[in-house]
Design a protein around this ligand. Structure first.
Ligand code: HEM
Length: 128
């Protein structure tokens, strides 16, 4: 019997969309994060929707279009300090609340995102 993915458990495409739509308004309202992002956040939202879909066990939308994620490398042009990783995670925590993702699924998603966010850090605070 096939195991249901987190993606399916939370409600699939609809829920991932809602999460992304709750997340980016917070990112661009955050004084530490805003300067890193383009004026037009739409394309970033679309990529994140595709990436999170596959991260959570849905269709491999991101890799089908962009190839290997190599997210740390793709983030190297941006100065990501530990403070920025914390700010990113704070936005995501609120977005998970707003989207009503709870229980085991939330814990599983949160655990992966905490690891991913720390992995993205590429500048120490003093190098900023
Ligand atoms: C792209 C910031 C963590 C997934 C980006 C971009 C920035 C950014 C500035 C580029 C926007 C542009 O296209 O100009 C950050 C910061 C993080 C963080 C400050 C704090 C730790 C993460 C994490 C994930 C993630 C944890 C995955 C769960 C992505 C994806 C893209 C992206 C999929 C699009 C990559 C592409 O160009 O194909 N991020 N990010 N980011 N980020 Fe992050």
């Amino acid at each position: 019997q096939q195991q249901e993915s987190i993606y399916e458990k939370i409600g699939g495409t609809e829920k991932v969309r809602q999460l992304v739509e709750a997340f980016y308004p917070r990112v661009v309202a955050d004084p530490l994060l805003k300067p890193l992002f383009p004026e037009d956040i739409g394309p970033v939202m679309e990529k994140q929707y595709m990436f999170l879909t596959q991260l959570l066990g849905g269709p491999s939308l991101y890799s089908d279009k962009y190839g290997l994620p190599m997210l740390r490398a793709r983030h190297m042009p941006f100065p990501i300090t530990p403070e920025r990783a914390q700010a990113w995670l704070a936005c995501m925590e609120q977005a998970l609340d707003e989207t009503g993702i709870s229980g085991e699924e939330r814990d599983a998603i949160w655990g992966r995102l905490v690891i991913a966010a720390h992995h993205m850090v590429n500048k120490s605070p003093s190098e900023e």
